[in-house]
Design a protein around this ligand. Structure first.
Ligand code: UD1
Ligand code: CA
Length: 466
């Protein structure tokens, strides 16, 4: 094993071109803050800590990211106030870094770097050398150029604004990512000055000091620009989002998932699929979603924090969000079109939920059906229950929620109001239009509705002035 890795994540910059009140690194890609992707990457590298350099928007950035720390990765913050350059930024982290490790410098606004790439960079660093991640760019305008000597060794990074015309012809650029033994970094950062075109303390000047000290400078040169692409504007954010989604879609298809159109899929979290899963166009998956073997998802569904068992079909325009409680849909169930499953909906095998039916915090046993325009909240529904169109559980009395129990084989007619707490006994029937306020006996027919009144020769009111 190599040396311990301490990640420094630069996130103090302003990001003016986002034209947003929100700090740049908190803008979302695939449903998560840009900086959260960078922290995830640090976790996958088994880094021992990440030090986030904050400045602009620090009061928002720090509390938003702090919860991402876990047992494996300690997360600490160092404020950079004012922002005097990238070298000055890393200087703020020094008191939190130990000399026995390697410092890996990343940017909070570069979300798509792959752990493999950073592993390769760390391998090149090998606990003893300065190692830079570089990239060839057809248009390198604005970036720091990698200046190499005739024998190809790296001599310096020259910032675009400081570069000569000849240096500006160089297409190999510094990505902003480096790995460096912390003890060397500490010495070099102490030697920085700001005598350059921007009067900034450049982190990139460490290359110059390494060369002066006779230390070799390694470069890991990659071709995939997406991995080092930063987000500076809404257009770039959208571009990286698409690139990321394309990758997710490719991975799913490689696993055998059939996507009607890989360009019309959004996964904002973790989507796990069994065999023979079909997903139609324009579906959005959020949080943790599991789709069992043979599941079919129709067009335009939004599914979050849910488990869909084998063979279930989710028809178009269905919205499922389990939030913290989760939703589960049993094997062979048919859901939608236009259904809404909310937190705590637990549906058994072969359950049918049709159009404009909302289910919240309710369990439906095998074969239960609610096919049209209905609400089931805080209910326990038995096997084979048939729940009629327009029926609702009145589960909320304005202060507390109460449960409705509908035992097996009950038929609830259309347009019923079940006023909880109430239990409908097994095999009973509730006549359409009933308002049920008391428990019903097993097998009984219950009808609870007002008497029909007819007024003969009644005149409909006329509009005034006619
Ligand atoms: C830097 C590199 C340049 C490289 C480019 C890649 C230097 C001097 N130059 O350019 O060689 O090609 O990245 O994108 O390092 N930041 C702070 N505090 C500061 C300044 C910046 O935290 O005082 C953060 C920014 O928020 C950003 C990152 O550092 O996350 C890089 O800053 P940015 O201004 O985008 O890069 P450049 O200085 O233009
Ligand atoms: Ca800059």
């Amino acid at each position: 094993m190599g040396m311990a890795v301490d990640v420094v994540i630069m996130a103090a910059g302003k990001g003016t071109r986002m034209k947003s009140l929100k700090p740049k690194v908190l803008h979302r890609l695939a449903g998560r803050a840009l900086a959260a992707h960078v922290i995830d990457c640090a976790k996958r590298l088994s880094a021992r800590q990440a030090v986030v350099i904050t400045g602009h928007g620090a009061d928002q950035v720090e509390p938003a990211l702090a919860p991402l720390a876990d047992a494996a990765l300690a997360l600490r913050f160092a404020r950079q106030e004012p922002q005097l350059g990238t070298g000055h930024a890393v200087q703020q982290a020094l008191p939190l870094l130990q000399d026995d490790g390697v410092t890996l410098v990343l940017s909070g606004d570069v979300p798509l770097t792959q752990p493999d790439t950073l592993q390769a960079l760390l391998a090149l660093c090998n606990g003893e050398h300065l190692a830079l991640l570089t990239l060839d760019m057809p248009d390198p305008t604005g970036y720091g150029r990698i200046v190499r000597s005739t024998n190809d060794t790296v001599q310096a990074i020259v910032e675009h604004k400081d570069a000569t015309d000849t240096q500006r012809q160089i297409t190999e650029i510094y990505s902003g990512i480096m790995a460096v033994p912390t003890r060397l970094l500490r010495g070099w950062l102490a030697r920085l000055d700001n005598r350059n075109a921007q009067n900034e303390y450049y982190l990139t000047d460490v290359v110059k000091f390494a060369v002066a000290d006779g230390q070799p400078v390694k470069a890991h040169r990659i071709a995939d620009a997406l991995q080092v692409a930063g987000v500076n504007s809404p257009a770039q954010l959208a571009e990286l989002e698409r690139a990321h989604q394309r990758r997710v879609a490719q991975d799913l298809m490689t696993q055998g998932v059939r996507l009607a159109d890989p360009a019309r899929l959004d996964v904002r979290g973790e989507l796990q699929c069994g065999q023979d899963v079909d997903i139609d166009v324009n579906c959005v998956f959020e949080g943790r979603v599991t789709l069992g073997n043979g599941v079919h998802i129709g067009a335009n569904c939004v599914i979050a924090n849910a488990r869909i068992e084998a063979g279930a079909v989710i028809h178009p325009f269905t919205h499922i969000d389990g939030e913290k409680l989760g939703v589960s849909v049993g094997a062979g169930a048919l859901i939608g079109p236009f259904a809404r499953l909310r937190p705590g909906a637990v549906l058994g095998a072969e359950v049918h939920i049709g159009n404009f039916v909302e289910v919240k915090n309710s369990t439906l046993a095998t074969g239960a059906k609610a096919n049209h325009l209905a609400y089931l909240g805080d209910a326990s529904v038995g096997e084979r229950v048939n729940y009629g169109a327009g029926s609702i559980t009145a589960n909320y009395d304005g202060a507390n929620k109460h449960r409705t129990v509908i035992e097996a084989d009950v038929h609830v007619g259309s347009n019923c109001v079940l006023v909880a707490p109430v239990t409908l006994g097994e095999g009973g029937t509730v006549g359409g239009g009933s308002t049920v306020t008391k428990d019903t006996a097993p097998g009984a027919l219950t009808v609870a509705r007002g008497k029909q009144v007819s007024i003969p020769n009644w005149k409909r009111p006329q509009k005034a002035g006619k």
